[in-house]
Design a protein around this ligand. Structure first.
Ligand SMILES: Cc1cc2nc3c(=O)[nH]c(=O)nc-3n(C[C@H](O)[C@H](O)[C@H](O)COP(=O)(O)OP(=O)(O)OC[C@H]3O[C@@H](n4cnc5c(N)ncnc54)[C@H](O)[C@@H]3O)c2cc1C
Length: 243
């Protein structure tokens, strides 16, 4: 299905709020009331990040849904020894301004593409998937059925933990967590990487869903192979690699 492209805009935007999501992750909320920026759920923007006298251009998925006009949320996880992500998570404060360009990307979901969707993410790979879930909730798309399979190393690293718990209460949204390295004693989610057993248990009619995979390249490749083994057609799978 060919979607009409949203026009690419370039604008300066001010950070109006900084939210600590996890020990290593922050959400930056930008005021966009002065632009007519629009995008599809799943897309990303390019951000110019000042670093030691140069401007680093980095891609960040949009976390807020397109239904929330006048603001834009980006959620950034600090990459060990990274440059832009350290500026964004450790030095950026309310009032700072950034040059933003976008939207970009074909990792897009709109209901016309399919109403049974499975979102599979690892770490900060949750961001565009969260945009999709927020869109389903805010636009009241009750005919859509979404399953999120979200993998993290540790409990403390689960981004949007409370909001995901609330989303799971919606009858058409299911949130499934797995932790790969450590877990609390009373942990009720899965342990270990997302595998065939989990997908078979949590997803109905496996070949008939649309799949959205996002996270580190190895995660995305592993999930794509897993889905192929489970009989999902490649055309049903969309991928976004954070490299
Ligand atoms: C489409 C897309 C969307 C994305 N969305 C998000 C998002 O929503 N949230 C998010 O957190 N991230 C996202 N990313 C990742 C993001 O764009 C950055 O790549 C990330 O923030 C790291 O940038 P950085 O400047 O901090 O790291 P960099 O400084 O570029 O470093 C990246 C890695 O390279 C290593 N490295 C750096 N310099 C060297 C060197 N000289 N020699 C060897 N190794 C080195 C670092 O240790 C680090 O592991 C997205 C990526 C893509 C492609």
């Amino acid at each position: 299905m060919e979607l009409q492209k949203k026009p690419i805009r370039e604008f300066t935007a001010q950070v109006v709020k900084v939210v600590q999501e996890t020990p290593t992750t922050k959400t930056l909320v930008f005021d966009l009331s002065h632009t007519d920026f629009d995008f599809y759920p799943g897309q990303y923007v390019m951000l110019n990040v000042p670093y030691e006298g140069e401007l680093l251009k980095r891609a960040y998925s949009i976390a807020s849904p397109p239904t929330r006009k006048g603001l834009l949320e980006l959620t950034v996880k600090r990459t060990p020894n990274g440059r832009a992500s350290v500026v964004l998570t450790e030095q950026t404060k309310e009032g700072d301004t950034f040059l933003i360009k976008g939207p970009y990307g074909k990792f897009v979901w709109v209901p016309q593409m399919g109403t049974d969707i499975v979102l599979m993410g690892a770490g900060s790979g949750i961001v565009p998937l969260m945009c999709i879930l927020r869109y389903i909730r805010d636009a009241r798309l009750e005919h859509v059925r979404a399953v999120l399979l979200y993998s993290n190393t540790h409990y403390e690293e689960i981004i949007y933990r409370d909001e995901l718990q609330d989303l799971d209460k919606h009858s058409n949204i299911k949130v499934v967590h797995t932790l790969t390295r450590s877990w609390p004693e009373d942990w009720k989610g899965y342990r270990g990487r997302i595998n065939a057993h989990m997908v078979l248990k949590e997803v109905e009619n496996i070949p008939s869903n649309l799949y959205y995979l996002c996270g580190p390249p190895q995660f995305v490749d592993d999930m794509a192979s897993l889905l192929e083994e489970l009989g999902v057609d490649k055309g049903q799978v969309k991928k976004e690699k954070y490299d």
